[in-house]
Design a protein around this ligand. Structure first.
Ligand code: RIB
Length: 309
């Protein structure tokens, strides 16, 4: 049995509008479709890992509105341990209005709401359960002090940590995340973290190495349709992209991280975990929605069989 994964992070309600084009200032425009779904980078990553069969615990905060009930029910339905999903009085749950264009590209606004209440002291309430986990996964939709605290907690107790620095945060202090085991930015997040232009694999490697010079051990750069790059002290490996026809790219980065967490904790094989993560993320963009687009283990194995011919 693989070790338990903890996600210390966000949850949102995704309000997804499919548009023919974005409206201009002052313009009212009809859009062809709308979908309401569970989202938030933390919850998405937790759900992806759970759908693949991992034992997942979620540490997050919800508001005291109807969205909260739905979010908790969703975690329970997927089999996620939701004992540390706590309601915050007089606060809204996190929400994310999302616009998806015909190309599958998306634009996202986030209102963090109760996610802002996930402070270090609140995380400490889950400390005994966190100590039982094999990997702690984080993103940046909760307070930065919480991220620094969890990375220090992981280092102190010998628990590997993974930080997905999304959405990009100009205030993130790199000197306080050097204890993280895996840093997994996309190209624009890596640019903001380093101040270096990232446009291809060589520039991504150079930027990743500048972070490693500051103490970060392993950087995995997600490159969208160009695949991903694993940069370690003595190696740099390309993870090949999987070609699919994109319908909706929302949550693809989260699908990558959640599935990476699943395969890495299950197999302890970094190369295999990255290959499977690239596949799982590619499969997710062939369907609409965020969590709704994440395959079950059975469906994903069928997708992989087709790829392997
Ligand atoms: O990464 C996609 C996610 O970003 C969406 O589910 C939305 O809620 C925002 O958190």
């Amino acid at each position: 049995m693989a070790g338990k994964i903890a996600v210390v992070g966000s949850n949102m309600v995704d309000l997804i509008t499919y548009v023919n084009r974005m409206p201009g200032p002052g313009e009212t425009l009809e859009a062809p479709d709308f979908s309401l779904g569970c989202g938030g980078k933390g919850a998405n990553q937790a759900v992806a890992a759970a759908r693949l069969g991992s034992d997942v615990m979620m540490v997050t905060r919800v508001g005291d509105d109807i969205f909260a009930d739905n979010t908790i029910r969703n975690f329970e339905e997927v089999g996620i341990d939701a004992r540390h999903v706590v309601r915050v009085p007089d606060t809204s749950s996190g929400v994310a209005p999302i616009f998806v264009e015909k190309s599958g590209e998306n634009s996202i606004l986030i209102v963090k709401g109760a996610n802002n209440a996930l402070t270090p002291a609140e995380v400490d309430k889950a400390a005994e359960d966190l100590k039982q986990c094999s990997l702690i996964v984080m993103q940046l939709e909760v307070p930065l002090e919480t991220i620094y605290h969890v990375i220090a907690f992981g280092a102190e107790h010998g628990i590997p940590t993974l930080l997905n620095p999304a959405p990009a945060q100009p205030d993130l202090d790199v000197s306080r995340i050097t204890g993280v085991t895996y840093l997994v930015p996309n190209e624009s997040e890596l640019e903001l973290l380093t101040g270096m232009k990232v446009s291809d694999a060589p520039s991504a490697e150079a930027a990743a190495r500048s972070l490693m010079a500051k103490g970060i051990k392993t950087v995995i750069v997600t490159l969208g349709s160009k695949g991903a790059l694993l940069v370690t002290e003595d190696d740099c490996k390309r993870i090949e992209p999987v070609a699919v026809q994109p319908m909706d790219t929302t949550g693809a980065g989260d699908a990558f991280i959640g599935s990476f967490a699943h395969y890495f904790t299950k197999e302890s094989d970094l190369d295999l975990a990255l290959k499977m993560a690239a596949r799982y993320a590619a499969d997710s963009i062939t369907r609409p929605g965020t969590q709704k687009s994440y395959a079950s283990i059975e469906a994903f194995e069928a997708f992989c069989s087709k790829l392997d011919g």
